[in-house]
Write a protein that binds this ligand. Structure first.
Ligand SMILES: O=C(O)[C@H]1O[C@H](OP(=O)(O)OP(=O)(O)OC[C@H]2O[C@@H](n3ccc(=O)[nH]c3=O)[C@H](O)[C@@H]2O)[C@H](O)[C@@H](O)[C@@H]1O
Length: 429
């Protein structure tokens, strides 16, 4: 307790001299106020401590585990090890981040099918319908791929995964996607595409052996570039959206981790990927939904009234490109955070090489769905959209054997078939 108590409060009150009593009463009042203050301060501090304990970990690289994390324990470790077990010593052992995502699901299935060990990681966030992500998880589960429910920003979890499994490769597909949503939630792009990527590369560079990393960049890095078709040698310093800027930042971050730590890193610039199990935030997906509901859809036009076009790329072609990148990735040269020599650093376009106007996309959907769309033309919003994209894929063809074979109508037919089955009342998903 306070010093007032120890030094001035009488142990035997009856023996106090009268002339001193008012002074003593005054001191006692001070003492009592100070005691109350101390008591309330203690309550306040205890309350702050309580709130701190309950608060989630910082969204950056906090090594602290959040209360209620759904990972850990021997049963969990066994599931992780089993999922990552490869069929032969020449197969890969791959950590797929964003495994419950569109591209992540397809790549995980393809790797598992050919005998590679695959472990998924996904935070199942609510950017779009988590039920779709859970359905993809069930699909992977049936194929023997376990998805760890966790975030790439969780350094402790990543360290644990690398302790349990000596991954040869990391296929990094976890990201905050979507070009226009970046205006609404910029922090989410920084959190996943920058902080999360750095956290993942930290785990990779510290791992022993260091894995080779293949990750998803985006065609959006070409931004305002007008030279067509887009080649990897073209300028990428004029992003038109924060999303594009975070993907471009990722490419520079990859360069620094390759340079400092000897990590082998390959970036893949995906061009508007579509297909079954796709993302509901993408135009082809919500156009399908809205056309079927009889709801009006908006088709963007360029500011000069011209068409807006995309080099739509079918998911199976993208999967082949991802596997080609994993198979041709050289080993990282460092170990335990130390570089031992120069390592491979690559960037590839994965597109379809034939841009299609959005109006044409809608015409194909109308034909496949046998429903006339209610269309409205509007000038393209100035919030990050670009007029067109068009990939030059000669580098990926030469080094990865990448050769897209699916035209938009064929790919959309497969998408529509999946969509109708998945969302039909009979669907068991
Ligand atoms: O390949 C890429 O780099 C990017 O592709 C897509 O971005 P985007 O091409 O804008 O795809 P959508 O949002 O599906 O838009 C496709 C086309 O439809 C147009 N659109 C979109 C929405 C709408 O209501 N109306 C409309 O005409 C867009 O202007 C665009 O030309 C993805 O959403 C990004 O995550 C990815 O990185």
């Amino acid at each position: 307790m306070s010093q007032v108590n120890e030094h001035h409060a009488p142990s035997t009150p009856g023996k106090l001299k009268p002339e001193k009593s008012s002074y003593i009463h005054h001191r006692l009042r001070i003492h009592s106020s100070l005691s109350k203050l101390t008591l309330w301060s203690s309550f306040f501090l205890a309350f702050i401590l309580f709130l701190f304990i309950l608060s989630p970990p910082s969204p950056s690289t906090s090594p602290r585990r959040a209360l209620g994390d759904s990972w850990g324990g021997s049963h969990w470790e066994k599931r992780v090890a089993k999922s990552a077990r490869r069929s032969s010593s020449s197969s890969l052992t791959v950590l797929v981040t964003g495994a419950a995502g569109f591209v992540g699901t397809h790549v995980s299935l393809a790797l598992k099918r050919r005998g590679d060990g695959v472990l998924g990681l996904d935070n199942f966030n609510r950017y779009y319908d988590p039920n779709l992500k859970r359905a993809r998880q069930r699909l992977l589960d049936r194929a023997g791929v376990f998805i760890v429910d966790g975030d790439i920003n969780d350094a402790v979890l990543l360290r644990k995964l690398f302790d349990v499994v000596p991954f040869t490769h990391v296929m990094h597909l976890a990201a905050q996607a979507g070009v226009r949503y970046a205006m609404q939630n910029p922090g989410s792009y920084v959190h996943s595409n920058i902080a999360g990527f750095v956290n993942l590369l930290e785990a990779c560079k510290n791992a022993n052996p260091q894995p080779s990393v293949v990750w998803a960049s985006s065609s959006s890095v070409y931004g305002l570039n007008s030279k067509v078709p887009f080649s990897e040698k073209d300028r990428t310093d004029q992003p038109a959206s924060l999303y594009a800027a975070t993907k471009k930042a990722g490419e520079e971050i990859a360069h620094s981790y390759n340079h400092i730590y000897g990590l082998s890193i390959t970036g893949l610039r995906f061009f508007t990927v579509y297909g079954p199990w796709g993302r509901p935030d993408m135009a082809y997906f919500f156009f399908t939904k809205d056309i079927l509901k009889g709801k009006q859809i908006t088709i963007f036009e360029s500011p000069d009234g011209g068409t807006v076009a995309r080099d739509f790329t079918y998911i199976d072609d993208i999967v082949k490109g991802c596997l080609g990148a994993l198979d041709t990735a050289k080993k990282s040269t460092g170990s335990g955070g130390k570089k031992k020599g120069p390592a491979q650093l690559r960037i590839f376009n994965l597109g379809n090489t034939s841009p299609v106007p959005v109006s044409e996309l809608v015409a194909i959907l109308e034909k496949l769905l046998k429903v006339k769309a209610k269309k409205k033309a509007l000038p393209m919003p100035t919030n990050g959209d670009v007029k067109f994209t068009h990939a030059n894929i000669s580098l990926a063809y030469r080094d990865l054997g990448y050769r897209p074979t699916t035209d938009l109508e064929t790919g959309l037919r497969k998408f529509v078939k999946w969509y109708l089955e998945f969302y039909s009342k009979k669907s068991s998903w």
